[in-house]
Each structure stands twice: as C-alpha cells, then as structure tokens.
Design a protein. Structure first.
Length: 145
C-alpha cells in the first residue's frame, strides 16, 4: 500500500498551495478541524493536532484576531471554552476544500471513468469499515468533502 503515503504527501503539498497566505500551515490545520467539529474545546484541539495546550492557546489568539475563529464559554460548563469558525473561517475552508478537490481531480485526470468508479467504491467501502464510532472524530488534514 505504498499509494497511501504518496497520496497523503500529495494532499499535504496541495493543501500548502491552496491555504490562504495569512495562515500558517498549523493554523490552517486547526481551522480545518474546528470547521468540521464545531464547539470543540482547546484541549480537544490540542490532542487532535498533537500540540501542547499553550501552543493551541497561542494559535487560537492568532485565529481569533484574524477573524477566522471565535472562542466562547460553554453554556453547560462555564469552565470549558468552545471553539467555533466564524462565517469567514467557514467560507475559507469551503473554498479551500473545493480548490483541493479540483487540484486532486486534475492530478488524477488520467484515470478512466471505470477506474474512478472502482476507486470511489473502494474508498466508500473503506470509510464504512474504518469510520470511527464517534462521528464527531475528525482528522487534522483537510479533505475534499
């Protein structure tokens, strides 16, 4: 399965090309996770990105200051913070995912329609088998939904 590391490398390369210039790679990854998992806490984000909580706090300061993310106190537990994408943050991620999908489609344009069907069917089947029990669990890598 040498194709999986190759595909992940290509996705990371393409994500670097399509991310907005005012976001670092780590900010872009964080924004992607927050966009997919609205309301997660900084500690959950820290765990998902493999960063310390203090690093995530600094990361959030930047994303909040730039208008991509808002941080709120959880109404059920006032000790807990929740992270949400702003409309600008969500729009940025929608555009990024579309651009990433288009770039990947271009790179895979050599596949025949039959081959595309086989690949799509196989990926859907793998998703069914590998999907996490918690549908809120997401990856820190932007995808092409």
């Amino acid at each position: 399965m040498d194709v999986v590391p190759l595909l992940m490398t290509i996705i990371r390369e393409e994500a670097r090309l399509i991310r907005p210039a005012d976001l670092t790679h780590t900010q872009f990854r964080a924004l992607s996770v927050i966009d997919r998992r609205d309301g997660l806490s900084p500690s959950e984000l820290s765990e998902m990105l493999g960063l310390t909580l203090s690093s995530v706090s600094k990361l959030m300061e930047g994303l909040v200051a730039q208008g991509y993310v808002r941080q709120e106190v959880c109404p059920q537990d006032r000790r807990r913070a929740q992270l949400h994408c702003t409309p600008m943050g969500h729009s940025t991620m929608v555009q990024a995912r579309r651009a990433l999908a288009a770039r990947l489609a271009e790179r895979l344009s050599g596949l025949t329609p039959q081959a595309v069907g086989v690949v799509v069917a196989g990926l859907r089947h793998m998703q069914e088998i590998l999907a996490p029990a918690d549908p809120q669990t997401v990856s820190a890598t932007p995808d092409t939904d």
